[in-house]
Design a binder for this molecule. Structure first.
Ligand code: ADP
Ligand code: ZN
Length: 599
């Protein structure tokens, strides 16, 4: 925690204490007032009900009635009674008229009207206003804490300049490369403008929490030596209705004042989720989102502002956010591979003292699936453990203990991959890759990895073919076989199957259905298109038998694909083992490495 954060924290604590005491005072006052009114409404000895007063007047028992202007309480003195009584008069005007009438009718009593006592009046007014005043103070304070005032934190150029640079960001070389262009633009906007070059206004950083999205945004600001304004999307939704939009406006106003600068919006999915027409919290979000869209569109060419936004769920974002001129560039930040992990460990090891036996490389090997934040956390924990154990430097044992400690935390979030799971993933992905390599249309394997991505435990990536207008039947069939490769390898090698293939099977089934019902590729059913999505009764119209036939055809396609995949796996078992081995060792293998392995 740096100084600034500490101060913020202190300030916040003070505000909380103030807020707490105000709440207590207010509750006390409300309680007092409640009891006072309660005792008022509870007629005691000293009080007369209005009807009683009228009766006493009629009976001629009243000696005097004393009223104060502006007050509804009258003091009543009854004949022969020492004590004065009070009585609440519902309508003073009507009461005075009635009294005058009674007087004229011959009832004898004194009716006194006293001018208001200024002091009493002021204090009673104040007293009645007190809750309101307190409430206003409370609300103001609350707003302040919510950050209505100035929540966008400006790290001015000086602090950022000395702080984060690209050197503080380990790995992520490709991502950094893309960022250099943005840094150049922030440093030298005129050059780009003169050339008429369009620079991305918005860049979406996608990746799990802790993978370094904030870090990279700060590094861009640091490299370009421009201020960095940050804000979190979740701050917007916590707020009162209507505030989100105005906060967005203020954020951009501030940015325009200090431009060139960087705006960083963390958790943008909190405001930028898909719009829908329902009301309530959603419509509040819509306002905020709409304002964001307006601001993104309203940039002038002479404003050098780049908006970076981070999310772990890009698929949730409203499509409007991703249109050209808005967040039209996307950089995905994955989990670090072994080399990346070692580099991250090295950076965070800089200011720490290690014993000779410490080998960061072997720690990197043991921490598959860990994020940069997890790794930083491990070294910090290790330093704490070493201090507690009174070691002179951090030992390997301290680090192992720290890994265990952090792992337990991660296991609770089910983010740690066991050896068994790793093996299963390795064979599953190797299965996809090997089967693909035997299929003419699926050969272009670009990368195979057992580093989890999203919900998937690993992935096999293909080089994207040049733009194509048509997909042939053969290609569709082979795609299904490639998709079945994961499941087939699991079955043959481990003699068990897992849920890891569920997405593969879903995709394959989709292809099979499309082949039969959309592209008319069935031998027996012929060229026919059935759109059950648009018209659920279309299939009924064609008859039960037809539906059965479709089902049978789809099943045949899928069964054939699975059988072919299994055959290919059996035929290439040695290569499969090699690739799986390599995956377990390196986690990621490139196209070239893959080709070498299957030679
Ligand atoms: P995110 O914004 O993606 O949630 P952060 O940028 O806040 O992640 O990362 C949290 C911390 O983890 C960083 O402050 C840094 O200490 C560490 N970290 C994450 N990725 C890296 C990296 N690539 N290199 C160095 N440190 C990293
Ligand atoms: Zn798969």
């Amino acid at each position: 925690m740096d100084e600034k954060q500490k101060n913020d924290e202190k300030k916040k604590n003070r505000q909380y204490i103030l807020l707490g005491s105000l709440v207590v005072v207010m509750i006390a006052i409300i309680a007092i007032m409640y009891f006072m009114t309660a005792s008022n409404s509870n007629p005691s000895e000293r009080e007369l009900a209005y009807t009683e007063l009228i009766e006493e007047v009629n009976a001629g028992n009243v000696e005097s009635v004393e009223m104060t202007v502006g007050s509804t309480t009258a003091k009543v003195k009854l004949k022969g009674v020492e004590e004065e009584k009070t009585c609440i008069i519902p309508s003073t005007q009507a009461f005075i008229e009635l009294m005058q009438q009674k007087y004229e009718e011959g009832n004898e009593f004194e009716l006194l009207q006293k001018p208001t006592n200024i002091f009493v009046r002021i204090s009673s007014t104040l007293f009645s206003l007190l809750p309101t005043i307190l409430l206003v103070v409370l609300i103001l304070l609350f707003f302040k804490m919510q950050g209505l005032g100035d929540k966008g934190k400006v790290y001015d150029s000086e602090t950022t300049r000395s702080k984060v640079t690209f050197d503080d960001v380990a790995g992520l070389d490709e991502e950094k490369h893309e960022m250099i262009e943005i840094v150049d633009f922030l440093k030298n906007p005129e050059r780009f403008n003169q050339m008429g070059a369009k620079i991305p206004r918005g860049v979406l950083l996608c990746g799990q929490p802790g993978t370094g999205k904030t870090l990279i945004a700060k590094a861009i600001a640091g490299e370009a030596k421009v201020p960095f304004i940050s804000m979190s999307g979740s701050e917007f939704i916590e707020m009162f209705a209507g505030l989100g939009a105005s906060r967005v406006r203020k954020l951009f106003e501030k940015a325009k004042k200090i431009s060139p600068c960087i705006i960083f919006i963390d958790e943008i999915d909190a405001i930028g989720s898909r719009r829908n027409s329902s009301g309530g919290a959603e419509s509040e979000n819509n306002q905020t989102l709409n304002q964001l869209l307006v601001e993104m569109d309203g940039f002038d060419t002479d404003e050098t502002i780049i908006v970076l936004a981070a999310t772990n769920r890009p698929e949730m974002l409203d499509k409007a956010l991703l249109r050209p001129g808005r967040f039209d560039r996307r950089i995905t930040i994955g989990l670090p591979d072994m080399r990346g992990r070692e580099a991250i460990l090295k950076i965070h090891a800089k200011e720490k003292k290690f014993a000779e036996d410490v080998d960061l490389k072997s720690i990197a090997e043991d921490t598959a699936g860990f994020t940069g934040a997890d790794l930083a956390n491990i070294l910090n924990e290790a330093a704490i453990i070493a201090t507690i154990n009174e070691h002179r430097a951090i030992t390997n044992r301290d680090i192992e203990d720290a890994v265990k400690k952090v792992t337990v935390g991660l296991e609770k979030q089910s983010r740690v991959i066991s050896e068994k799971d790793k093996k299963l993933t390795a064979y599953h992905e190797a299965g996809h890759a090997i089967v693909s390599s035997r299929l003419e249309t699926q050969k272009n394997v670009k990368e195979v990895s057992i580093i989890p991505r999203g919900v998937a435990g690993g992935y096999t990536m293909y080089k994207s073919n040049e733009d194509k207008y048509y997909i042939s039947k053969t290609e569709m069939e082979e795609k299904m076989v490639a998709l079945m490769g994961g499941r087939a390898a699991e079955k043959i090698v481990l003699n068990d199957i897992s849920t890891g293939a569920s997405n593969d099977i879903e995709v394959a089934t989709g292809i099979a259905k499309d082949m039969i019902t959309k592209y008319g590729m069935s031998e027996t059913l012929g060229p026919i298109s059935i759109n059950t999505e648009q018209d659920p009764y279309e299939l009924q119209m064609l008859g039960e038998k037809f539906g059965d036939a479709i089902g049978a055809e789809v099943k045949i396609l899928l069964d054939n694909a699975y059988a072919t995949a299994q055959k290919l796996i059996r035929e290439n078992r040695d290569k499969l083992d090699k690739v799986a081995e390599a995956l377990l060792q390196k986690e990621v293998i490139s196209a070239e490495e893959f080709q070498e392995l299957i030679q």
